[in-house]
Design a binder for this molecule. Structure first.
Ligand SMILES: Cc1cc2nc3c(=O)[nH]c(=O)nc-3n(C[C@H](O)[C@H](O)[C@H](O)COP(=O)(O)O)c2cc1C
Length: 370
């Protein structure tokens, strides 16, 4: 059996393989509420064959959205709409596929247009696109031309932690088996962790332990509130790609803190806490970071970024660099990526009966032409 298609025990959860659909914002919701776009998006990924399907960064409060189109889990309407999507996805899911949700807060990177409209700060020029005041560790804008966010005070931080707990409770009610804390990509928890964006001198800033404190405080509260059968994990930063920012030491320290609080995995990504940083995108460009975190912490570790070929994904698992691989854009381009991987690696796979006659057609061109 290939390493990629070997099962994995993630906490108490048995996953049929090591393939994860990476969380992907769709920027298509209204006031946090999912609709038919999310329905089709998740239904096609539900029977993709990936062992775990992660739902996009979902805001714990309205001002924690990146755009007006971001999903939220801060209202009964949003909970009900996501429940409909999840129920439909489960109904068509491949055997053993599990569903998780990423809880996020954009912090100072919120109140922007969708990426296809430039991803720049809202100006209010459109009546339905009113900007809002963003929250952050410090009153420091993401970029020179961006609005200055509001630095959270002690009371606001405690309220924010409650919002995470509320959203997690909703996620549990919906039956998600995995809840992931988004601590990366320059969003709020990353803003607190990185010295590039956290300029505080109180108990929530300064040395590394104080900068980690918010993520770990939320982690503690979530583990207390979320039933043990639900796996908690986090997406973390392996490096800010800036010598003055976070590095792999910080990732290891945060991971150990999460592990000691009962978190079951980390997904190691990087960058985006500041604009215009030269991130060396390329095949597997973050895998070495995951490998180091895994080796030094012993926690289940997921690699992501530039993983697109079945043999590459299999080698990452087989060589012990990571326990899982997450793919994002490859699943948008090809929701049948797992079929191609299974056929390339010679693995048996479940095909939904109505689609079974397509089995065998996803072999890579080099083999098909041989
Ligand atoms: C359309 C899109 C939306 C994304 N939304 C999220 C998100 O909600 N949360 C997150 O942690 N990363 C998000 N990402 C980043 C991906 O999960 C992934 O880390 C990144 O694209 C690298 O993986 P890839 O090379 O397989 O695309 C998004 C990426 C894309 C392309």
């Amino acid at each position: 059996m290939s390493a990629l298609f070997s099962p994995l025990a993630l906490g108490g959860l048995d996953l049929p393989n090591r393939i994860v659909v990476s969380p992907m914002c769709q920027y298509s919701a209204q006031d946090g509420v999912a609709n038919d776009w999310h329905l089709q998006h998740l239904m096609q990924l539900a029977f993709s064959g990936a062992g775990l399907v992660m739902i996009e960064a979902t805001a714990v409060e309205a001002r924690g959205r990146i755009t007006h189109g971001c999903l939220g889990l801060y209202s009964d309407a949003a909970e009900a709409a996501l429940g409909r999507v999840l129920q439909a996805a489960r109904a068509v899911a491949a055997p053993g596929t599990r569903f998780g949700i990423q809880l996020g807060h954009a912090g100072r990177k919120g109140s922007v247009t969708a990426p296809w409209e430039g991803g720049t700060p809202l100006t209010g020029a459109q009546a339905d696109e009113a900007p809002w005041l963003c929250a952050a560790p410090s009153a420091q804008a993401f970029a020179a031309s961006w609005p200055v966010p509001e630095a959270l005070d002690e009371a606001a931080i405690e309220q924010l932690v409650d919002r995470y707990v509320d959203a997690a409770r909703r996620a549990v009610r919906l039956g998600f088996e995995v809840i992931e804390l988004h601590c990366a990509h320059g969003y709020l928890l990353h803003q607190f962790q990185s010295p590039l964006s956290n300029l505080r001198t109180d108990a929530w800033g300064g040395d590394p332990e104080r900068r980690d404190r918010l993520a770990l405080h939320i982690a503690t509260r979530l583990r207390e509130q979320v039933p043990a059968h639900c796996v908690l994990g986090a997406r973390i930063t392996g490096t800010d790609w800036n010598p003055d920012g976070l590095g792999v030491e910080d990732a290891v320290r945060l991971t150990l803190g999460l592990k000691s609080r009962g978190f079951g995995y980390v997904c190691v990504t990087s960058g985006f806490v500041e604009p215009n940083r030269g991130i060396p995108f390329g095949p597997g460009f973050q895998v070495h970071l995951a490998a180091e975190v895994r080796q030094r912490t012993g926690l289940v570790t997921r690699a992501v970024g530039g993983i697109s070929e079945p043999a590459q994904a299999d080698a990452i698992i087989a060589s012990g660099q990571a326990d899982q691989v997450a793919l994002a854009r490859p699943f948008l381009a090809d929701p049948r990526w797992v079929w191609r991987a299974a056929e390339t690696l010679g693995e048996p796979l479940y095909y939904p009966p109505p689609y079974r006659r397509a089995a065998g057609l996803r072999k890579p061109a080099v083999q098909a032409n041989a």
